[in-house]
Design a binder for this molecule. Structure first.
Ligand code: AMP
Length: 182
């Protein structure tokens, strides 16, 4: 074993997720994936494990959700020979955008995508770091569907099972590496 350690199982990988209590607000147990990203073996294991499912799936684009989804999604896209499409918060994308407002637990939020980002029949996967309530991923799926593109799968490093995001995303399927029930 070298100084980076061995990463050969999901349990090993979970050791690279740091829990931050009460961030960004009281009552949230935030799953900080930056230690996982910083470890070359943990990051490679994550991307290799997630990408296998799509190697023969003819994915055109990975649609990546700001901001940690950019990291996961672009690594997957590179391995798949697919393009990267960015979903961003309002005012960040420079060209004309399609926007979608959606409800959060408290309040609402807006996501944007360039209006020429996709076309009818494109086959995409949607990527983010963590699936929590599923609201953000569902809004992203709705933006993608607005182009007539097809969502082949949604992919996450971690899924917070107790928040039931999986139910919210039905009938879309979910590929998540680590499940947390706390
Ligand atoms: P969601 O509730 O699924 O719409 O999650 C909204 C966004 O916040 C997603 O992009 C997640 O990455 C992030 N997020 C929500 N809850 C957590 C958490 N407990 N730990 C880390 N990231 C979170």
């Amino acid at each position: 074993m070298d100084e980076l350690g061995i990463v050969s199982s999901i349990d090993d990988l979970k050791g690279f997720v740091r829990e931050i209590q009460d961030f960004p607000k009281k009552g949230i147990n935030f799953k900080d994936i930056t230690p996982l990203l910083a470890n070359p073996k943990a990051f490679a294991f994550s991307i290799d494990s997630l990408v296998n499912k799509y190697l023969n799936e003819n994915i055109d684009y990975v649609v990546c959700i700001e901001a940690r989804g950019f990291v996961i999604g672009s690594a997957l896209a590179y391995r798949l020979g697919a393009g990267v499409i960015l979903i961003r918060k309002p005012g960040k994308l420079p060209y004309e955008c399609s926007s979608l407002n959606y409800d959060l637990e408290y309040g609402s939020a807006t996501l944007e995508i360039h209006k020429d980002a996709l076309k009818k029949g494109d086959r995409v996967i949607v990527a983010d770091d963590v699936l929590a309530t599923g609201g953000t991923a569902l809004a992203t799926i709705d933006l993608v569907k607005g182009f007539g593109a097809n969502v082949a799968d949604t992919v996450f490093l971690a899924e917070l099972s107790f928040l039931n995001g999986r139910d919210k995303l039905k009938p879309y399927t979910i590929n998540s590496l680590m499940k947390f029930d706390y």
